[in-house]
Design a protein around this ligand. Structure first.
Ligand code: UD1
Length: 383
């Protein structure tokens, strides 16, 4: 009689992406999962971002295999977009139930899919858990809180995230580092070769880079007008490259500000990931309200004026190169001047932002799936 060894179990992960920054986070994880014989995955794109420049180009450049499912939800109000994602994602997981759903960051797609999974009893891993701005006027803060509340495996990118989750009494916390930085390190050599700034007739370290899309900066006409005047003035001292998010272009058009440009304020379409990193690396400084760019500039050692009153990523201020300037034109001008004068702070390396986060994410997921929920739940004090 021959004894057959029991077949080791296979698991299926549903990886959920919806918006541009999710793609930068999923790419290293997919690469890592491709070495795991027993961890299969399906890539689910909610379609929250749908413009070629916001989505398709990121797949190509980051070498992400095409999604298995696209829910095609598009843009709408927060409630409608969230509801649409939930309805379509529920059908998707009911037709093929995964062993776990993995969500990233803090966008509407993250929260919507976490809600669906939790109600169906499907375990959830949240990559970039625990970040808190403590500012509930930000839609992303609501998304973070709800997602963490429902997730079983909470994968934090920085110590503040761990502290916040502990304060909220969560279990299943792991400090794994920043998965975006895995993408950054992998693509840095290609980015350095691009020389994207030459398209604008500019030289390295002789321009500033601007990105702007958060509701707090672009939805209030007085704030957007005052920021616009500040950037125009600043561009007379140092040229500015501004790859504009579609929502910002829409707002600028509504206020008729795009017809009012100065020759050194270069407004362009969104750029692809490699061009984006190239433009950051060679900028004298960056002005942004993006979470990811605060992190990337810290690792690249490029000064970052964060156009926010607060940040859920405090390590970028305490150890990195970021300074919170809000929408204060006075602070923006003053901080920019200190950089031009060579008096700005230098950042330090940040622990676990080392390009090796994806393997740590996979280990935590495997441990949960193989050892069971009770093990993770009982290790509350292990961090
Ligand atoms: C979303 C995330 C934000 C993230 C950002 C990155 C939420 C709540 N916000 O913001 O955390 O930093 O993505 O880009 O999930 N639009 C297009 N084409 C697109 C996508 C959007 O034209 O491909 C326009 C539409 O006019 C839409 C607006 O942008 O109404 C807002 O899009 P939405 O996906 O709701 O949020 P973002 O502002 O992109």
């Amino acid at each position: 009689m021959s004894i057959t060894k029991p077949k080791s179990q296979e698991y299926v992960l549903d990886l959920v992406v919806g918006a541009r920054p999710n793609l930068v986070k999923v790419a290293p994880l997919i690469r890592e999962l491709q070495h795991e014989a027993r961890l299969k995955f399906r890539l689910i794109h909610t379609g929250q971002h749908y413009d070629t420049r916001m989505s398709q180009e990121f797949f190509d450049v980051l070498e992400i295999p095409y999604e298995h499912v696209n829910l095609g939800v598009g843009s709408s109000s927060h409630a409608k977009q969230t509801a649409r994602i939930m309805e379509r994602f529920e059908d998707c997981v009911l037709s093929k139930r995964p062993s776990m759903v993995v969500v990233f960051g803090d966008v509407n797609s993250t929260m919507a899919c976490a809600l669906v999974s939790a109600k169906l009893g499907i375990p959830i891993a949240h990559v970039e858990a625990g970040l808190r701005s403590f500012d509930r006027t930000m839609p992303e803060e609501i998304n973070r809180m709800v997602t963490d509340c429902l997730s079983d495996v909470l994968l934090a990118s920085e110590p503040a995230g761990v502290m916040n989750l502990k304060d909220e009494g969560r279990a299943g916390i792991r400090l794994v580092g920043n998965i975006m930085i895995d993408s950054l390190f992998r693509n840095l050599p290609a980015s350095l070769e691009r020389k994207t700034y030459t398209h604008y007739g500019l030289m390295p370290h002789k321009y500033a880079l601007l990105t702007l899309h958060r509701p707090s900066n672009v939805d209030v006409p007085e704030i957007l007008r005052s920021l616009w005047t500040c950037f125009k003035d600043l561009s007379r001292t140092i040229p500015i490259i501004f790859p504009a998010h579609p929502r910002t272009v829409q707002k600028l058009k509504e206020l008729d500000l795009l017809s009012d440009l100065t020759p050194h304020l270069h407004v362009t379409d969104p750029v692809d990931y490699i061009d984006g990193i190239c433009l950051q690396k060679h900028a004298l400084f960056v002005m942004t309200d993006s979470g990811g760019i605060q992190e990337e500039t810290s690792v690249l050692g490029v000064p970052c004026l964060t156009l926010r009153e607060n940040t859920e990523r405090p390590i970028t201020v305490s150890q990195g190169t970021s300074t919170l300037v809000g929408a204060s034109t006075e602070l923006i001008t003053k901080t920019a001047q200190s950089i031009l004068d060579g008096k700005y702070k230098k950042g330090q390396p940040i622990g676990l932002w080392d390009g090796k986060t994806a393997p740590r994410v996979v280990s935590a997921i495997k441990e949960y799936l193989e050892l069971g929920a009770h093990v993770v739940r009982n290790e509350k004090e292990s961090i």
